[in-house]
Design a protein around this ligand. Sequence first.
Ligand SMILES: [Ca+2]
Ligand SMILES: [Ca+2]
Length: 195
Amino acid sequence: MQPQNDQYAILLRLLLLGCCLIPPAFGYLPDVNIFTNYRTEVYNGIPSDIDTTPFIRIGDNYYYIEPMNKVNWFQAAGACRMMNAHLASIEDKPEMEALVKYIKTKGFKNNDYFWISGNDLGTEGAFYWLSTGRPMTYAPWNGPKQMPDNYGGNENCVHMFGTRELINDANCKILMQYICEASDPKTFKFTYIKW
Ligand SMILES: [Ca+2]
Ligand SMILES: [Ca+2]
């Protein structure tokens, strides 16, 4: 019986040794290993065939225009953050023109006012965009000789007149619609490379 046991033991050792010396088939390799790699490419914007609803692309920017619900400026800022966006900052004339042109085509009325991120909450008379921290260098005030008038000593938030390329300072607690702007969106493309 003893020789048979020895032969069995040797065979078992060979099998164990074999399992460890034979390299694993490629299909069993883990996902992360030296045989694989990813090439990453970053593009500005989002491809036109991808649905960005409820944000709509106007020029190079993506906006959400609240069609109905009226809230105060702080609630509007919070609503935009809930969508991972910010109250809009309309930083130059082309951006304003494109936005108002779109708003007009969507049937908004003259009394549809929209909160945007401009404010002078920090220092009276010094207007900044909340979403960028930058001063409002473009500011098409409604009636440049009268606005911003800080009416009642308590107008510190900026809204736009939806169908006109104009803005005004107003009491932040007034209820109105709002426009959110997505942070410059980027598209990431991952290409799987198998060596
Ligand atoms: Ca003010
Ligand atoms: Ca005002």
